[in-house]
Write a protein that binds this ligand. Structure first.
Ligand code: FES
Ligand code: FES
Length: 188
């Protein structure tokens, strides 16, 4: 339910309820507050990284109802009644990594880590489609998120590794031969 108290210039406040990482959160927010600022400043979910703040870098990517969106381009009030996932939700135990996070660590799919929460969430979304992707397809699927330091190849490897773990189990049982690679190189 929303309660509008704002002016015609959008400077008012609204009460929003957003399901964040499995819990309903109700807050009064400015109608001008972005979803990214709401998550970071109100809820302390600082895995949501702000780079460009105008929809280019993709580092603020979160999952909204299971789909990746740039949280700097959404207002918090637009998330009212929706479900948001950030990377903080992945592992139920702070001492343990989710298999996607494990794969990024094992494959050295991160350096400074600035793009990593977005890459990890995008990887979750990709894997949940159930499709087996070639490396070229993985590169296409992650192309909305800019990484300035890995050269991408290790991220592609991490996505493929996590996909194999989650689709096939740790031992790879039940999956056929991996999708064939392309020859486009690491950076795109
Ligand atoms: S901070 Fe949102 S796309 Fe760059
Ligand atoms: S790991 Fe540094 S921006 Fe991607």
């Amino acid at each position: 339910m929303t309660t509008s108290t704002g002016s015609k210039y959008g400077t008012g406040q609204r009460t929003v309820t957003v399901r964040v990482n499995g819990r309903d959160v109700t807050r009064e927010v400015s109608t001008r507050t972005t979803l990214a600022d709401f998550l970071r400043d109100e809820l302390d979910l600082v895995s949501v990284h702000l780079g460009c703040e105008h929809g280019v870098c993709g580092c603020c990517t979160i999952l909204l109802d299971g789909h990746s969106v740039r949280s700097c381009l959404m207002l918090a009030v637009q998330a009212d009644g929706h479900a948001v996932e950030t990377v903080e939700s992945l592992s139920g135990n702070p001492a343990e990594l989710h298999p996607i996070q494990e794969s990024f660590a094992e494959e050295q799919g991160l350096q400074c880590g600035f793009c990593t929460p977005a890459m990890v969430l995008r990887t979750k979304e990709i894997i949940e489609t159930g499709r087996e992707l070639t490396d070229a397809e993985v590169r296409h699927e992650i192309s909305g998120i800019l990484c300035r330091c890995t050269g991408y190849q290790n991220i592609v490897n991490a996505v493929q590794s996590a996909s194999a773990k989650l689709r096939c189990g740790a031992a790879g049982a039940g999956c056929g031969t991996a999708a064939t690679d392309d020859s486009t190189g690491g950076r795109h």
